[in-house]
Design a protein around this ligand. Structure first.
Ligand SMILES: [Zn+2]
Length: 245
């Protein structure tokens, strides 16, 4: 992309301290992997692509269902039963033809991550299960790749910025331990659609700020929409953690 084009399309980013034209260029040069394109992933992807991310790889194995449409804002009624990666890629490419969009239509295993992540500058986990998050944690630890875990349920969102590229930082397992894979899920427990959007746009904020060269705060950030309160927690590294210690 030419400098002139960047100046025009992303002109609102250019006056921002910490971004400017050099930060916008870094965003343009970056490759992000997005694991999961549900309600949270849709919102994250929209902001990544509209903000000029250079390359985005979408990973999901699901198809679009009617019950997704209230909050998974990349999909239309005409997308029902289509693979999410296919419908999302089409929608995102219309949003910004300059972003290079790739799709992986499968449940990501460790080996898939070990192939994909070395080509990425940042990873966003927007999946809905601990097994995938722990696999992302292992892969990002082994590659020293910065990543973010984002999740939401009911009226609550959780964002954890992880920096395995920095010494002494806690990993995802340090924070969550041996959690069983019996999470409440959004269809069962409920999710207020805008809260998924808040979580997803927050994940995009952390990713874009990091890629532009800023230092978004590591640690766990919790949001309760009923009281509209954010809480930030510093997570200590667990010396007995079997993933990072
Ligand atoms: Zn750990």
């Amino acid at each position: 992309m030419t400098t002139e084009a960047i100046m025009l399309r992303y002109s609102a980013h250019l006056p921002l301290k910490g971004i400017g034209s050099s930060g916008q260029q870094r965003i343009h040069d970056a490759h992000v992997a997005l694991i999961g394109i549900g309600g949270l992933g849709c919102a994250a992807a929209q902001y990544l692509v509209s903000s000029g991310i250079g390359k985005l790889t979408l990973c999901d194995y699901d198809t679009v269902a009617e019950s997704n449409l209230s909050r998974q804002i990349l999909y239309r009624s005409s997308d029902l039963d289509r693979p999410k990666v296919e419908a999302a890629a089409e929608s995102l490419q219309n949003l910004n033809p300059d972003t290079e969009i790739h799709s992986i239509n499968k449940r990501m295993a460790d080996t898939d991550m070990q192939t994909l992540f070395p080509t990425c500058d940042f990873v966003i986990d927007a999946s809905d299960n601990y097994g995938t998050r722990l696999a992302v944690n292992r892969s990002c630890l082994s590659l020293n790749t910065a990543w973010i875990m984002a999740s939401c349920i009911r009226m609550e969102a959780q964002i954890m910025m992880l920096r395995p590229d920095q010494p002494g930082q806690a990993c995802y397992r340090c924070a969550y331990g041996e959690a069983p894979d019996t999470l409440e899920d959004c269809p069962g427990a409920g999710i207020f659609a805008p809260v998924a959007g808040i979580a997803g746009s927050s994940a995009a904020h952390f990713a874009l700020a990091y890629l532009a060269g800023m230092e978004p705060p590591a640690g766990l950030h919790l949001f309760d929409a009923t009281s509209w309160a954010w809480q930030s927690l510093k997570i200590k590294k667990n010396p007995n953690c079997k993933d990072c210690s």
